[in-house]
Design a protein around this ligand. Structure first.
Ligand code: ATP
Ligand code: MG
Length: 879
């Protein structure tokens, strides 16, 4: 048998099914579209669900694909089994109500045995135990002896996903020979070891499960098959594992080269080598489809894969960054099948480097902390790491929980996951909010699901804002109806419409739909599965019924303002690339009549200078009055024009190309001004970060810029009015006021000091002599402790030798201060004890050194009493 390469096998499969009448379609993005039940595409059938349910009409009833897949559920197996990767390619042939079991079984056998040339005697089919039809076909039509056909139960061979379409499966296994077996007695087809490898799974979707275990036969029976391309290559090339097939082996060797290891020498090292080989493929493909490393959802999957690979690099002894070199190898090996890899190369490497760098900065420290935590657990006889410790590693050192768990598991420890989750509550909340009840399609179930899928709408609004057409369907929020009447909210569908539906970031049009007898206000326009345009709004008057001829009129001002903002977004994107560099990629946008928002990949905040340059450039192209042209062309031709395309977006064969002079060319389905001059003006109002490596610009155009400046002008006039001056003199006025405030402030300070002095009055009159020592005890009003100290110093000076005690009431509190000079102390005076005794009288406490002490109290009304007592207290102290 010829040992075909991976790339040859892919082509052979697609050619074979093309010869059987199938339409060969390109792989879809790894990011599911309109399907909230799936994080990432994990099988060939996943992106084709709408065709299986009949929600959309497939381009042909027979389709074949080679679909890129990610299965995070298999992550624990990667590196350990021969047949699992988190990333793999799935070959599949599909029938949407066309052929069924006979053809599917016959063709899978023909492909494996005749086209690829596998040995019939090593192939074993399995069936669902109750599927006699499949048994008969294998046995009678293909001629496989009964004892070579294995029967499995529901768990293995019945495909089902809650309520909805389901059915039995038939798998094909290949016996790779004893050398790959586990050697256990009873090792045969279905054993978890790697001898009998499952290569292909054929699913016969023939029932509908009502959700309670009742099965009804489907009118439209479907075929859905999946064969791992890498696994097929393993058996064809007769190699150990998917890591030994031609394309992946080149990558694996690169890992070995960087690590300075020889594959096959050490079991532990081999696991790490295989793991890195797999994860870098997943990461590279994920980024090429627009996923960014973050802490939740798809972004978390990517982060976990990159960090896991980085850590295993450490285990192999690799120092520093190494993922970039590996990613280049992935791109090199797969760019023929997936040209987006080469197109996005710079971006992919940048994202990878960024993430690896970030992790590298803390990985060693984090590993050290973790081993300290391990030691502590060991000392305390614990085997479970607390949730808060795990969270600390996650939060501070960027160890995804699963990574910590994995490292600990290698040593027999576990994590208090519940505790960790509690700590994560905040981050989790957002994810919870976005998780909603979904139907089989993974979308929210709505009234629109009930509309006949053959109904579509033709968009006529690129060149006109008014059109007439026939109403095809009307719905309220709950059901399809024949008419809508005054006061009712609902959706109107027509054969043709000039209303643009929310798409590609541009908000849908508003306007009116009317007849002689009824008027409907359109508040939003949405595009539904199968190309249906729904006009959402309310009946303002009268009635509109299905089948009626209506006039559809778009709100011209709203549309025109939206066009200005959309066209400005194109100029903005080009200007950003020019000013910041070619790594700028659109990550999202929102265009409404009042503003535009543009998210793009960039790794730091823009400087004021950069923002100024971008504004200037956009305004220059507006003033140049560039002609805006739209053309429909083939996708390949469009790419040749250098048109900017969106990351992870699925484009059809025919695309619309919007160009503005020679300045900007973009693939875009939106509506635009005819000449950039119509935009009039462009102004950026904010620039901020929205996620790791993603910045957001908000900007205005046309009259909205004028409105913006008008507001600022009004504010300025109001400020001038408040300041009793004119806008032109505001600056002078403010610096004048500031000077005045400063002067007043210092005047206030000196007045306060003077007042404190004055409040003492002729304080020196109050000096008494106690046993030859001068004692001055006085009360002052509203002076704080600092003020008392200043005063005390001054009075001490005046006294020469003696004791000073000051008390001041301040907001219901008392401040007390006592000072004694050296001469007084020599005779036994003690400021600390003095203040202590006095404080008791004013309901407080305190004390201090013999020369100076302070205290507080709560009874200002007792101050006179305390002052009166001082001479006696001093007398008691003196010798
Ligand atoms: P297994 O039990 O071996 O994990 P599976 O039952 O999960 O396989 P299916 O869901 O039937 O596999 O997927 C269809 C085909 O996709 C499989 O027959 C196999 O060839 C391939 N495949 C599935 N998972 C992986 C994986 N993790 N890596 C590579 N190929 C895979
Ligand atoms: Mg599996």
């Amino acid at each position: 048998m010829k040992k075909y390469g991976v790339n040859e096998l892919r082509q052979m499969f697609l050619d074979f099914f093309e010869s059987k009448g199938h339409l060969v379609m390109n792989s879809f993005s790894l990011i599911p579209q309109n399907d909230k039940s799936l994080l990432l595409i994990n099988a060939g059938m996943a992106p084709l669900k709408p065709y299986f349910t009949g929600a959309e009409i497939p381009p042909r009833t027979r389709v074949a694909t080679c679909q890129k897949c990610i299965r995070t559920g298999d992550i624990e197996n990667v590196g350990k089994t021969a047949r699992h990767g988190t990333f793999f390619e799935m070959l599949g042939n599909f029938s949407f109500g066309d052929y069924f079991k006979h053809e599917a079984i016959a063709w899978s056998w023909e492909f494996l045995t005749k086209v690829v040339g596998l040995d019939e005697n090593r192939l074993y089919p399995s069936i669902y135990e109750e599927d006699e039809e499949a048994f008969e076909i294998w046995n009678k039509e293909v001629g496989i002896p009964a004892e070579r056909i294995f029967r499995f139960g529901k768990e293995d061979n019945f495909w089902e996903h809650g309520a909805g379409p389901c059915g039995p499966c038939s798998e094909i296994y290949y016996d790779r020979g004893e050398k790959y077996g586990c050697g256990e007695p009873g090792c045969t087809v279905g054993c978890e070891c790697d001898r009998y490898m499952e290569v292909w799974n054929n699913v016969f979707t023939q029932f509908e499960n009502d959700g309670e275990g009742h099965y009804e036969t489907l009118k439209q029976k479907n075929i859905d098959t999946g064969m791992g391309l890498e696994r097929l290559a393993v058996v064809v090339q007769d190699v150990d594992s998917i890591f030994d097939v031609d394309t992946i082996c080149a990558l694996r060797n690169k890992v070995c080269e960087i690590a300075g290891k020889t594959y096959g020498e050490d079991h532990e090292a081999d696991v790490s080598i295989r793991l890195i080989t797999d994860h870098i493929r997943s990461a590279t493909f994920l980024i090429s489809d627009g996923v960014m490393p973050t802490n939740e959802g798809r972004g978390y999957v990517l982060r976990r894969l990159i960090r896991r690979a980085a850590r295993h690099g450490r285990l192999l002894g690799i120092q520093g960054q190494f993922l970039e070199a590996l990613s280049c190898q992935v791109i090199e090996g797969s760019k023929d099948g997936y040209p987006e890899l080469e197109e996005k190369k710079d971006f992919i490497l940048k994202v990878l480097n960024n993430e690896e760098n970030q992790f590298n900065k803390t990985i060693d420290q984090g590993l050290k902390i973790l081993s300290d935590m391990e030691a502590e657990m060991k000392a305390e006889g614990k085997t479970v790491l607390s949730g808060s410790d795990a969270f600390k590693l996650y939060d501070t050192y960027g160890f995804p929980m699963d990574l910590t768990k994995e490292i600990l598991e290698e040593k027999g420890y576990s994590i208090d996951e519940a505790g960790f989750q509690k700590e994560m509550e905040a981050q989790r909340k957002r994810a919870r909010e976005s998780r909603e009840v979904t139907n089989y399609m993974g979308a929210e179930a709505t009234v629109y699901d009930e509309i006949d899928p053959s109904i579509t709408s033709e968009f006529t609004g690129y060149n006109k804002l008014t059109d007439t057409s026939k109403v095809t369907v009307l719905t309220t929020e709950k059901e399809i109806v024949t008419s809508l009447v005054e006061g009712q909210a609902g959706t109107i569908f027509t054969e043709k419409t000039p209303f643009y539906a929310t798409m590609g970031g541009q908000e849908g049009d508003t306007g009116v739909i009317y007849t002689e007898n009824g008027k409907f206000k359109v508040e939003d326009t949405i595009k539904l599965r199968g190309g249906k345009y729904g006009h959402v709004g309310t009946m303002v008057s009268g009635m509109i019924s299905a089948g009626e001829e209506v006039t559809l009129e778009v709100c011209a001002q709203g549309r025109f303002d939206t066009c200005k903002n959309h066209s400005a977004t194109h100029l903005l994107q080009k200007a950003l690339k020019t000013v910041l560099g070619s790594h700028v990629e659109q990550k999202g946008s929102l265009v409404t009549p009042t503003r535009l928002r543009f998210d793009f990949a960039h790794f730091q905040a823009m400087t004021a200078e950069e923002i100024g340059k971008v504004e200037e450039l956009v305004n220059k192209e507006i003033q140049a009055g560039l002609e805006v042209k739209t053309q429909i062309m083939g996708i390949e031709e469009a790419k040749k024009t250098g048109a900017m395309a969106l990351f992870g977006e699925k484009y059809g064969e025919e695309v619309r190309v919007v160009s503005m002079g020679d300045f900007s060319v973009e693939l875009c389905g939106g509506t635009h001004v005819a000449n950039t001059g119509a935009i009039t003006l462009f102004k950026i109002v904010s620039e901020a970060g929205v996620a790791a490596g993603v910045r957001r610009i908000e900007a205005l155009t046309g009259n909205n810029v004028i409105e913006y400046y008008k507001n600022i002008e009004n504010q300025l006039h109001e400020i001038a009015h408040t300041l009793k001056t004119t806008p032109a003199e505001i600056e002078d006025k403010i610096s004048h006021l500031q000077k005045e405030v400063k002067e007043l402030h210092s005047e206030n300070e000196s007045l306060k000091a003077k007042m404190a002095q004055d409040s003492l009055g002729n304080v020196m009159d109050q000096v008494v002599e106690v046993k030859g020592i001068k004692v001055l005890a006085a009360a002052v009003d509203g002076v704080d402790m600092n003020g008392l100290r200043d005063l005390g110093d001054q009075l001490k000076e005046k006294l020469g030798e003696g004791v000073v005690v000051l008390a001041s009431g301040n907001d219901g509190k008392v401040n007390l201060l006592a000072m004694a000079t050296q001469g007084a102390m020599d005779q036994g005076a003690h400021a600390g004890n003095l203040v202590k005794a006095a404080a008791q009288i004013v309901g407080g406490g305190g004390g201090g050194r013999p020369n100076m002490a302070q205290a507080g109290g709560k009874k200002p009304e007792n101050i006179p009493q305390a002052i009166e007592k001082i001479p006696e207290l001093v007398a008691n102290q003196l010798k």
